[in-house]
Design a protein around this ligand. Sequence first.
Ligand SMILES: Nc1nc2c(ncn2[C@@H]2O[C@H](COP(=O)(O)OP(=O)(O)OP(=O)(O)O)[C@@H](O)[C@H]2O)c(=O)[nH]1
Ligand SMILES: [Mg+2]
Length: 331
Amino acid sequence: MPANLTPQYHAAEEAYRRAVTIEEKIDALQEMLAVIPKHKGTERLQGDIKRRISKLREEGQRKSRSGGYNPFHVEKQGAGQVVLVGYPNTGKSSLVAALTRAKVKIADYPFTTAVPTAGMMPYEDIFIQMVDTPPLTPEGMPPGLLNTLRGGDLLLLLLDAGSSDCLEQLEEMISLLRGKRIIQAQPNAAGSEQEVDDPHRIYLPYLVLATKTDQPESAENIQIIRELMPHLPLHTISTKAEETLDLLKKEIFNTLQIIRIYTKAPGKPPDMETPFVLKKGDTVLDLAFNIHRDFPNRLKNARVWGSSRFEGQTAARDYILADKDVVELNV
Ligand SMILES: Nc1nc2c(ncn2[C@@H]2O[C@H](COP(=O)(O)OP(=O)(O)OP(=O)(O)O)[C@@H](O)[C@H]2O)c(=O)[nH]1
Ligand SMILES: [Mg+2]
């Protein structure tokens, strides 16, 4: 008998495939079970889903009994999580050391880093989390790293611009990450539609960093990459040149698509110390949600300084905020 699976079922199945943690997997499987058409044709599939749920539950219980420590799970902190990825010796740990206070090991031999290590990078008045990772190889990636990458908000693909096989490494790395459906295909040409690998998938944004540009061979390699892949989001850095790191920080902030909002109480000066960090496109209502779950119910109106036409303009709940706006929420 044909199973006649519905779009809701396929959506839940897709969520299952995307799920990273045990909890997310169980949630998605339960949803699949809830929406699966209940007839003889799906009995085996229903049994299979139930078995998978109970196996995951056992796994979860085992993990929590043993403390559940997973070094490849990096708890998110700060305004965004940026995960570095690349072949051995490309300078991942050096970059994290240059941008944060994380204690990472740097060495001129490969496979120095064994597990992810996170540090916080100050950017103006916020902190962005930078995650150093163990290296990729042409054969693939260490078990667990896939989950670290999927958890990030932005990937930095590092490439040793001074090495003779850097173009090969770049192509292999992109094809490996595309194969794992973490990043999407390159745009074909300026302004053209992006090739869609899978419309249901959430791909991570990424920047390609050509590192060690203080090395003489790097200029030629970078020129070749620029000619061959003109649409690659390519940036060049050297941990020995502070100005390249400053530009990188700005680029990371822009690519994360976040905005900082400062709040003020009526009749009081704004708190310019600790901004709320929201996503580009977020509204007054999103800000209210961020402050307190039931704030939106009590919200009467808001006043905005910064992006509004005039200072202190009254703004509706759906007013789209901009970076560095000051907002007064009135209840
Ligand atoms: N000249 C130069 N050397 C660099 C730069 N960045 C890193 N290096 C050197 O490159 C070597 C490898 O650096 P790491 O930061 O350990 O590289 P990694 O990518 O973390 O290496 P794995 O942990 O093995 O994957 C070290 O000898 C660094 O000193 C740079 O910008 N310029
Ligand atoms: Mg390292």
